[in-house]
Design a binder for this molecule. Structure first.
Ligand code: ADP
Ligand code: MG
Length: 317
């Protein structure tokens, strides 16, 4: 499957050029990118559209506002500070425990007030932002990750990526961190990708470093035994991100909160192609089939029913 470009094209594998020109270029209007490249805008949009996302505690826009952080998070058991325009996990500070006005990371290490100030200051100055533009710090509620994936993920938080084309969630994968990926759910850093059955949310096939694997490399658990819970809500949430963002070719990243269920973490207007490897299946035939449906608006429930009927392990594409 991963031989030369001609073989790949025959198998319906979408390559980078075609993705950029025929899909991103054609279905993602440039002026809408800012909605997904800025996590604050995405969050405000999600809140307006009743799409579940970690609650917004506050925003720090200017250096003098940094001293207001302790008051902003008063009474919170935990919170997260992230650069609105960050990516790849850079500049994200997770505080899981607050005691007597002191802040603690998941490791148990304390973040002192001066370290906290410096971190916020670094976020505002654009240290974690592409191109070094100044940024704002988003302070949001801590997600209490659902323990269903315990044993499947090593030192990190699994997330669920769905590719949504013209509002149809057409391919999905679960990303699991590993020792090699240093707790990050990034496939290039050695995370495991598990392709998912769109009908049930069950694991179908798994890869690490683009090669098929059966067992999680650190925990030994069988990867195709995985069943993602709240599957229909994940599908509905992802599909709704089309109307919310106006982007035709979209990657939605969601996580499961133990109390509040699926939460949208971020949207991506240039989602990667490795989801095909995780599913051992090219995405192009599915894209073409959705294109063939034309442009008549279809309600979310019907789109999901369509996908389940036509894009399943027995349907051939
Ligand atoms: N609200 C939150 N609660 C707990 N962990 C979070 C929260 N937001 C982000 N994280 C952690 O940070 C990682 C990256 O966050 P994300 O918002 O996707 O930013 P990035 O664009 O940098 O990938 C997540 O996969 C998760 O592990
Ligand atoms: Mg992310």
């Amino acid at each position: 499957m991963f031989a030369n470009p001609k073989t790949l094209a025959r198998k319906g594998v979408l390559g980078m050029n075609k993705r950029n020109i025929d899909f991103i270029g054609k279905y993602n209007p440039r002026h809408l990118y800012k909605l997904v490249d800025d996590k604050l805008m995405t969050k405000q949009l999600a809140l307006k559209n009743d799409i579940a996302t970690p609650g917004l505690i506050g925003v720090i826009r200017q250096q003098p506002e940094i001293s207001g952080l302790p008051d902003m998070v008063k009474g919170k058991k935990g919170f997260v500070i992230k650069p609105a325009q960050g990516s790849g996990g850079k500049g994200i500070l997770v505080i899981t425990h607050v005691e007597d006005g002191r802040f603690y990371k998941p490791s148990g290490d304390e973040v002192t007030p001066s370290e906290m100030d410096r971190h916020c200051s670094n976020v505002l100055s654009g240290l974690f932002t592409l191109g070094g533009k100044t940024d704002v710090a988003v302070v949001e509620d801590l997600i209490q990750f659902d323990p269903v994936f315990d044993g499947y993920s090593f030192e990190g938080v699994p997330d669920i990526r769905l590719i949504v084309f013209k509002g149809y969630p057409i391919m999905g994968m679960l990303r699991l961190s590993t020792h090699a990926s240093d707790g990050k759910a990034n496939l290039h850093q050695g995370a495991v990708g598990v392709g998912l059955d769109l009908v049930t949310g069950k694991g179908l096939h798994a890869v690490q470093y683009d090669r098929p694997i059966d067992l999680h490399p650190d925990t030994g658990k069988k990867l195709t035994d995985i069943q993602v819970p709240h599957w229909d809500r994940l599908m509905t949430t992802a599909a709704g991100c089309y109307e919310m963002s106006g982007l035709g070719y979209l990657g939605t990243d969601m996580v499961l909160d133990v109390e509040h269920g699926p939460q949208l973490l971020e949207l991506n207007a240039r989602p990667g192609l490795a989801i095909q490897t995780a599913n051992a299946r090219g995405i192009l035939p599915r894209l073409k089939q959705i294109q063939s449906l034309g442009d008549v608006p279809v309600p979310v429930e019907e789109r999901i029913a369509y996908v389940k009927k036509h894009f399943n392990p027995d349907s051939g594409i």
